[in-house]
Design a binder for this molecule. Structure first.
Ligand SMILES: Nc1nc2c(ncn2[C@@H]2O[C@H](COP(=O)(O)OP(=O)(O)OP(=O)(O)O)[C@@H](O)[C@H]2O)c(=O)[nH]1
Ligand SMILES: [Mg+2]
Length: 304
């Protein structure tokens, strides 16, 4: 982005997501209320038209970039590789299959950009979300995985959706290189590094995939190994790196609430409205909010 200051970097790991990447870009561009963002796709050897589509987008919009890796090395390491190429004050991680709504991206970014949270996590299980449709087997695996993560991670214990792949964090919380990132969930890295009480949760919709195929299904029994691998590498990384010294503002109003299956977790004040209409006639922050109100004086873009 040639030395321009960037508020938000959006990192999207993809494998064989043709059609989805173009629509994701279009919807993000239509819904983000700022223009100083960048979008980085990290592709691990797609065999369809995904890479060609991303190249077409990047040719027309310099804010879009592509990191190409030759082998499938897992979502978490792809997301960390993308983060390493980005410069934004806040980083947003989302999937490239449109199960995360681009129109809801800003709602996750805003608490971090406003300095009220270090990490903000999208949850599929708070009020205002659509129920996640799962087959019995898939639901059982998900609940087992959630339980395992809660038992093993003090940091993830209070999240209503500890397997979320839709989250934002202040980029200063993590080093941009040097961490060994493994497994399927990158969330545990910013979470591990974030000071206690600085994590917000927000309800997010989770849509059905309409194009391409789920890659997580191919993991089957290895999903647990992939999760433990992420958790243990995040814990090790945190132990090996000094706490970031970059600016971290005061506590998040409300911070964590207890884990709940319904209802907003943390208090409380209505979320700041995002200006402008977005695709499909929705507003970007249609679900109810769960973090405190915005402090106008804290303009993050003026911070170091
Ligand atoms: N770069 C990269 N991207 C991946 C890899 N595995 C999955 N992805 C991408 O990560 C995102 C999530 O993958 P999905 O297969 O949809 O997994 P999921 O959303 O956790 O699971 P579902 O609920 O079944 O969709 C998608 O954008 C995939 O294309 C990988 O090894 N490398
Ligand atoms: Mg998916």
């Amino acid at each position: 982005m040639n030395g321009r200051s960037i508020s938000v970097s959006i990192v999207v790991a993809v494998v064989n997501e043709q059609g989805n990447v173009s629509e994701l870009y279009r919807r993000l561009r239509a819904s983000l209320p700022i223009s100083d963002w960048e979008l980085c796709f990290v592709d691990d050897g797609s065999t369809d038209r995904t890479v060609a589509e991303i190249r077409d987008i990047a040719r027309d919009d310099q804010r879009v970039s592509l990191v190409q890796r030759s082998t499938r090395s897992g979502t978490a390491s792809a997301q960390y590789a993308g983060f390493g190429q980005c410069q934004g004050l806040v980083t947003l991680i989302m999937d490239g299959d449109l199960q995360h709504r681009p129109e809801e991206a800003w709602a996750l970014v805003e608490p971090c950009l406003g300095g009220r949270a270090t990490v903000s996590v999208g949850s599929r299980y708070l009020d205002g979300t659509t129920p996640v449709q799962r087959t019995f087997g898939r639901a059982l695996i998900s609940r087992g995985a959630e339980l395992a993560v809660r038992l093993l991670s003090r940091k993830a214990r209070h999240l209503s959706d500890p397997l979320s792949g839709f989250f934002a964090y202040r980029s200063s919380v993590l080093p941009r290189s040097g961490l060994e990132v493994r497994g399927a969930k990158f969330l545990y890295f910013p979470l591990q590094f974030a000071p206690d009480g600085r994590v917000a949760q927000l309800p997010m919709h989770f849509d059905e995939r309409t194009r391409g195929q789920s890659k997580i299904l191919a993991l089957r029994g290895r999903i647990f190994t992939a999760l433990f691998s992420s958790l243990s590498s995040a814990r090790r990384a945190h132990g090996n790196f000094a706490r970031p010294t970059a600016f971290e503002p005061g506590p998040v109003p409300g911070g964590f609430g207890p884990p709940r299956r319904s209802g907003p977790v943390a208090p409380v004040a209505p979320r700041a409205r995002v200006p402008g209409p977005v695709a499909g006639g929705r507003t970007a922050n249609s679900p109810t909010g769960s973090v405190g109100s915005h402090t106008p004086s804290a303009d993050p873009r003026s911070r170091p």
